[in-house]
Design a protein. Structure first.
Length: 272
């Protein structure tokens, strides 16, 4: 019988997380099985998913939480059963983790802010489509973005309300609202590519030309850059993150030491 490892993921509808799973499978030994449960952005379903994975007696549990607060009971159960826990991309508020694997959100979003400031006129108004309030990565991307813009001179920055999800519909909704309130926007940083693609639609509907940068580097965003619809994105290499995460799980199952925090790379991607 194959040794089982569990991965509870917030949603596989977001290409970032489906690519993350691909990365795990690339380093999965043939003698082992990875059982993936898609919570579909439902925090309560995720708790049920993790119960099901625990019943399978998984060797290590990898978790990308829907909600960093509501995931706590599941992590406490895993801790009591001495099942090692690795969190990916979103860090739970409490509970014992053996490792947290993330991208460098502040560095990447700082690059985004710098890029936008360099591609619009001085003293222009630049906005950010913010991510969900409860996620640390949203806060870090906001911090990095503001640092990047400030480092390039005098610009007016506008922050949208926090999105409910990292979704295309939310990007369209928030961008539409910003354009209604700020008709002189020259640049926009979106907290992720899905929201950026929704924002592009809102910008087109109003016949505007605005510099826009996303975050993640999903395939559709890269195509939008080549087509001239999106100016740039911050690539986060989810397959690399997935491979690093599963390699870390393998170390844990062999009783080897692992780093408490592991950051995978980011990089600016633009046309040409």
């Amino acid at each position: 019988m194959k040794t089982k490892y569990g991965f509870s993921v917030s949603t596989l509808q977001n290409p970032f997380f489906s690519d993350l799973v691909k990365g795990m499978h690339k380093v999965l030994p043939s003698s082992m099985e990875l059982v993936v449960k898609d919570a579909s952005e439902n925090a309560y379903k995720q708790l049920e998913d993790i119960d099901e994975l625990m019943a399978l007696e998984v060797k290590v549990m990898l978790i990308n939480p829907v909600d960093i607060n509501l995931i706590t009971p599941a992590i406490n159960k895993l801790n009591k059963l001495n099942i090692p826990v690795i969190a990916l991309a979103r860090k739970p508020i409490s509970g014992r983790l053996e490792s947290f694997i993330d991208m460098d959100d502040i560095k990447g979003s700082k690059q985004a802010g710098e890029y936008i400031a360099e591609h619009v006129e001085p003293n222009s108004k630049i906005a950010m489509l913010r991510g969900p309030r409860y996620l640390d990565c949203s806060k870090q991307r906001e911090t990095g973005f503001l640092k990047g813009v400030k480092s390039k001179g005098s610009y007016t920055t506008v922050l949208s309300e926090n999105s409910r999800f990292y979704s295309r519909d939310e990007g369209h909704r928030l961008m539409s609202k910003l354009l209604d309130e700020h008709k002189d926007l020259k640049g926009v940083f979106s907290c992720n590519d899905e929201m950026a693609l929704g924002a592009i639609k809102a910008i087109k509907e109003r016949g505007k030309k605005i510099v826009i940068v996303g975050f993640d580097g999903i395939e559709e965003a890269l195509k939008a850059i080549e087509n001239g619809e999106l100016d740039a994105t911050i690539k986060t290499y989810p397959e690399t993150m997935g491979a690093v995460a599963f390699a870390t799980a393998l170390k844990l199952s062999s009783n080897k030491k692992v780093d408490k925090l592991i950051l995978t790379p980011t990089g600016l991607y633009e046309k040409g």
